[in-house]
Design a protein around this ligand. Structure first.
Ligand SMILES: Nc1ncnc2c1ncn2[C@@H]1O[C@H](COP(=O)(O)OP(=O)(O)O)[C@@H](O)[C@H]1O
Ligand SMILES: [Mg+2]
Length: 317
């Protein structure tokens, strides 16, 4: 007589009310389909007023948050899942909160010895109090140009502008404040952009092949989610030594931030061969054009098998 372990019951959380709702719905659907294809019992739930009663009633073995943007990545939904006594796939609420705030994350990364571009953080209120012009002049004196202006918390490049001329800085700040009450202005790094995903299926974290991102113009929301606007090279066209360095950087970030199961670190390698840490994502995109699935497939992993292994590792099986 043979016994098969019953399939774990997984609830994927997708949707939510962030600016990245649609991306999250696509990520959720893709992961759910891949898990179903390998026989995992999975349902997808939105983050709405029905979620808590549904989780209490369903008592799933595991909850996988595929939420991008505020509540999904700032740790709050993860807190609620844990409050309900349920098990979470991925990083914990505290670790997510630290990674979610770009200024805090850059400080953590710098303390761990990773190179991250110089930056300043400016709340909208202070910016107004001090007078925009004086502050912007000081920023340009300190950081030089070009700089990148981005929301201190956010994703999918929403509200992000590369600013080459001081005249364009005020508008970039306004665009950024539409997404966040605090702007992060950092020195722009010109070079090769790569994203390095890290997964841990129970035997310790390992880096997937770096994905190189080449866009005409900015790697913005449109370039990310419309097939054809961006060219990807997996593995990235880096030397063997640089390939090892960016993998090392992503693993160091995963470990320094205390992340679990999966993460993706965004990196730019400059002309001198320094890889710069931009940010680390605890809920990387999982849509058809997203970077982690591309990297996994390039490594010869089937997405269903990989995701099932992540589920099983999170359940301690
Ligand atoms: N310092 C920088 N120098 C050059 N480009 C940058 C810099 N910071 C961000 N970018 C560009 O903006 C994009 C979004 O920035 P990122 O910090 O990854 O935020 P998010 O992906 O959360 O919106 C990056 O993928 C990159 O193309
Ligand atoms: Mg990013």
């Amino acid at each position: 007589m043979s016994t098969t372990a019953p399939s774990p019951r997984v609830v994927v959380l997708a949707g939510g009310l962030s600016h990245e709702r649609d991306v999250s719905l696509r990520s959720g659907r893709r992961v759910a389909d891949a898990l179903r294809s390998v026989g995992v019992d999975v349902s997808v739930h939105d983050v709405d007023a029905d979620l808590v009663p549904a989780l209490v009633q369903l008592q799933p073995d595991l909850v996988w948050p595929l939420l991008h943007g505020t509540s999904g990545e700032d740790g709050s939904v993860r807190d609620v899942v844990q409050m309900l006594g349920l098990r979470l796939l991925g990083s914990g609420p505290r670790e997510s909160r630290i990674a979610w705030s770009k200024p805090i994350a850059k400080t953590v990364a710098a303390r761990a010895g990773l190179a991250t571009p110089d930056f300043v953080t400016l709340p909208q209120s202070l910016f107004r109090e001090l007078g925009a012009r004086h502050v912007l002049d000081a920023i340009v004196r300190m950081l030089g140009l070009p700089v990148v202006v981005k929301p201190s918390r956010g994703g999918s490049a929403l509200g992000v502008t590369l600013v080459a001329s001081a005249d364009d800085l005020p508008q970039a700040m306004v665009d950024c404040f539409a997404y966040s009450d605090t702007a992060l202005v950092e020195r722009a790094v010109l070079g090769t952009e790569v994203a390095v995903s890290v997964v841990d299926t129970g035997d310790g974290p390992f880096a997937l092949p770096a994905v190189e991102i080449v866009t005409e113009g900015p790697y913005d929301f449109d370039a990310r989610y419309n097939p054809g606007r961006t060219e990807y090279f997996t593995p990235a066209r880096l030397s063997q030594a640089m390939t090892a360095s960016v993998a090392e950087l992503a693993l160091a970030a995963h470990e320094a931030f205390g992340l679990e199961a999966l993460s993706r670190t965004d990196v730019i390698v400059d002309a001198d061969g320094t890889p710069w840490f931009l940010e680390v994502n605890v809920a990387p995109g999982m849509t058809e054009t997203s970077l982690l699935p591309q990297a996994a497939e390039a490594a010869g992993l089937s997405l269903g098998t990989l995701y099932r292994s992540l589920v099983e590792a999170s359940l301690g099986r």
